[in-house]
Write a protein of this length. Structure first.
Length: 113
């Protein structure tokens, strides 16, 4: 784990597996497939980094343009959202089913009136 101090309020923590980082022009290539090509100012906001595969093409004054995020985290996020959506659909379907059963009971009870 390597900690790079950007300014007095922000710490950028980079986890990497290897120990050596080679600098190619303005891009630092780490062994854990983290590519930071350009950092404009001292304000860097990173909300989420997935495992070890991420490509950040441009970071400048709270504007983050991420061109590549590993598919594993995208799949996990999609799977979590899909589970929530299926669960909500199931609850709505169950509530609709209860409403239909109550409607049949009303028809059964009111047919003798």
């Amino acid at each position: 784990m390597e900690t790079i101090r950007i300014d007095s309020q922000m710490l950028l923590v980079i986890h990497r597996r290897g120990s050596a980082a080679s600098e190619l022009g303005t891009c630092q290539v780490y062994s854990s497939n983290i590519y930071i090509s350009y950092i404009c100012s001292s304000n860097i906001y990173i909300s989420y980094i997935c495992s070890s595969n991420i490509y950040i093409s441009y970071i400048c004054s709270s504007n983050i343009y991420i061109s590549y995020i590993c598919t594993d985290c995208m799949y996990k996020a999609f799977r979590i959202y899909a589970i929530y959506i299926i669960y909500i659909i199931y609850i709505l379907h169950y509530l609709h089913y209860l409403h239909y059963i109550n409607y049949l009971h009303y028809l059964y009870y009111f047919r003798y009136l």
